[in-house]
Structure formats: C-alpha cells, structure tokens
Design a binder for this molecule. Structure first.
Ligand code: PRP
Length: 215
C-alpha cells in the first residue's frame, strides 16, 4: 500500500527559516526554493508530502478543518486561535519568547477600566477575565509599543524576547501570560487515519529537536 498523503502547513517568515533545517534533518526538503518563491504550495522530496506556506494565524484553521494534516506555528497563534480541535504533540523549541503585558515604566494600572491594545485579542480577553478585570480591548495589527506612548491604551499584550523593543519605547513588562515557542499540531482525524505517516514524521522531528538541543 502506498503511504497516505500528508499536507504540512508551515508558518511563513522567521519561523520558516528556523523550521526548514529541522524539517530537512527529519528527511523532508522542498523541491524548490521555498523562501524565494511566490508559490504557496510545494512538493517535497517525499512523493506523499506537500508543504504549504501561510500566515501563522491561519495554520490552526487549516489543521483543525483538515485541509492540512500537520501544522507548524507559534504557541501564540495557537493560543489566539483558542480551539482544542487538534493535537499539539511536539514542541520544536524554536523562536522562544514570552507573551506578557507591558505598560509605561512606573505607570499605575489600577483604574476602573483598563484599555488594552493587542493583536492577540482573544489571549488578552481571557487573561484579564481570569484576573477579574474589566478591560476594553483595542485590536491593533503591529507596532503595539506605540499605543501606550500615544495615549491609545494603558497597556499592551505582546511578545517579549530580549525586552529591547519595550525598553526603547519607555515600557516595561508586567505580567507573564505564557511561554511561546514553535509547536507541531496535528489534525485529529489524520492522527488516526494517517497514523503511521504522522507518527514517523513526528518521531523524526523529535529526534531532530533532540539533536539541536545537544549542539
Ligand atoms: C515582536 C514583538 C516585539 C518584538 C519583541 O515583534 O511584537 O515588537 O518582537 O522582541 P524583543 O523583546 O527582543 O525586543 P516581531 O519582530 O515578531 O514583529 P511583529 O511586529 O510583526 O510582531
């Protein structure tokens, strides 16, 4: 019997640059230069594996709805998507950072109703609801650091890595929300129906992650 076909949805951008070498170690290489192509769908060296390159925020959608069997995306995108509709069997330990709240250095955030700017609106809503705080969420798509500076919001929910971006804008991190790294997610039906192929790939990726940790 020929192996089941697998579609892997990859996150474009920085994550792709880090994931491609790991995939290569796991035995999967795109048939053409995936980083410098306008195409979105690629054949790989394996006749049964195809690769899609999409925005990280769309990876969970494709995987949950089954148009991709496997997805590779940041934990921030998975948390923002918010569904439990797929498995998350593997942490690739790449692109590690934290989701934090941040505000102007020394600013008091004890007003009755906080204005929170973020591109992670679902994460922000959940976090402040768990804190029992009334907040107004303001959706932005980037450059979040400007929001407190320009008086648009009292605080932001954003990715923090080195903390340099916050510092450069007179901001400081406040509450930790989650650790973020690149994760592998798997469609629930594919995990059963394409078990052998999915498990083989997960195992090879796991070995590649372990080798990477040792280096
Ligand atoms: C993220 C985040 C911050 C920055 C934090 O942006 O939004 O701007 O990284 O990194 P630091 O703590 O090391 O300074 P990213 O570069 O991912 O681009 P984005 O604005 O598209 O999210």
């Amino acid at each position: 019997m020929s192996p089941a076909k697998l579609v892997i949805a990859l996150t474009k951008g920085r994550i792709l640059d880090e994931v491609l070498p790991l995939l290569e170690q796991a035995g999967v290489t795109p048939q053409e230069d995936i980083r410098n192509s306008r195409k979105l769908l690629f054949d790989s060296n394996l006749p049964n594996v195809r690769l899609m390159v999409i925005r990280g925020s769309d990876v969970p959608t494709y995987v949950e709805l089954g148009s991709a069997d496997i997805g590779i995306a940041g934990k921030d995108m998975i948390l923002e998507y918010g569904s439990q509709g797929f498995y998350e069997p593997l942490d690739l330990k790449l692109a590690r950072c934290r989701l934090m709240t941040a505000a102007a250095v020394g600013a008091r955030l004890d007003g009755p109703r906080l204005r929170v700017a973020s591109k992670f609106v679902n994460i922000a809503k959940r976090f402040f609801a768990e804190q029992g705080r009334q907040v107004d969420i303001i959706k932005l798509n980037g450059a979040l650091e400007l929001a407190p500076l320009m008086g648009l919001a009292d605080c932001i929910v954003d990715i923090v890595d080195t903390g340099k971006t916050l510092k450069a804008h007179g901001l400081e991190s406040r509450d930790w929300i989650a650790d973020v790294s690149t994760r592998v997610i798997v469609n629930r039906a594919a995990m059963k129906i394409k078990h052998a192929e999915v498990q083989a790939l997960l195992q090879r990726l796991q070995q590649a992650v372990e080798r990477q940790q040792v280096v």
